[in-house]
Design a protein around this ligand. Structure first.
Ligand SMILES: C[S@@+](CC[C@H](N)C(=O)[O-])C[C@H]1O[C@@H](n2cnc3c(N)ncnc32)[C@H](O)[C@@H]1O
Length: 188
């Protein structure tokens, strides 16, 4: 029986969109961008994905690395990396970037997404979940970056959208927050 590593190490369950994506995406070389302490990377690793997990926060990477060491995981690698560099050095079948884009330097986001797209293998997938700020729903949180209406869809023109929505959710304090959620497949 598979052990639930997230539970064992007190981490939250994987992001629900990562869980959903695993119904579509087969195990492959995978990049978890802005992995924090690894809730998504560990989940994917347990499903047989070969995961590189990157984050700019060395403490988060240290924590994930200690789990990797304790569990002798050979298919999850944790690396300190500044996503703003937009210089990935390997190609992936799946790149997941959940609730991370909005913390990046706004002037680097286009380059970051272009690099993600270039580093996705033909037929591979990108998963993005990112806060939006629109006329109808101005973002109530001061993230460095937010998406405009339709912006993510335009940026992925030519890709196949497995999932795309710009749904509005309600936060604990009642404020409304709009998110773009996308699972897209690169043409072969
Ligand atoms: C809200 S957390 C999301 C964590 C994870 N993706 C998830 O779904 O739970 C955002 C993460 O992005 C990381 N981050 C922010 N800016 C970054 C950058 N420039 N390069 C790499 N990681 C960054 C933060 O350290 C943090 O761990």
């Amino acid at each position: 029986m598979t052990v639930d590593l997230n539970n064992r190490y007190g981490l939250n369950p994987a992001h629900s969109e990562v869980v959903d994506a695993c119904n579509i995406v087969e195990p492959c070389d995978t990049l978890d961008m802005g992995c924090s302490n690894g809730r998504n990377a560990l989940y994917l690793g347990q499903l047989g994905f070969n995961v590189v997990a990157i984050d700019a926060n060395p403490s988060a990477i240290d924590m994930l690395q200690s789990i990797i060491n304790q569990e002798s995981l050979t298919n999850v690698k944790a690396q300190v990396y500044d996503i703003n560099c937009a210089s990935l050095d390997k190609d992936y079948g799946f790149i997941a970037c959940t609730v991370t884009l909005m913390f990046l330097d706004p002037v680097r986001v286009n380059a970051v997404i272009a690099d993600m797209q270039a580093r996705t293998l033909p037929g591979g997938y990108n998963l993005i979940v990112c806060a939006m700020s629109t006329e109808e729903h101005p973002c109530p949180v001061r993230f460095p970056f937010t998406l405009n209406a339709g912006q993510l869809r335009e940026t992925y023109e030519g890709w196949e959208f497995i999932k795309y929505n710009e749904d509005v959710g309600t936060m604990h304090n009642g404020a409304q927050l709009q998110f773009a959620t996308m699972l897209a497949r690169k043409p072969r």
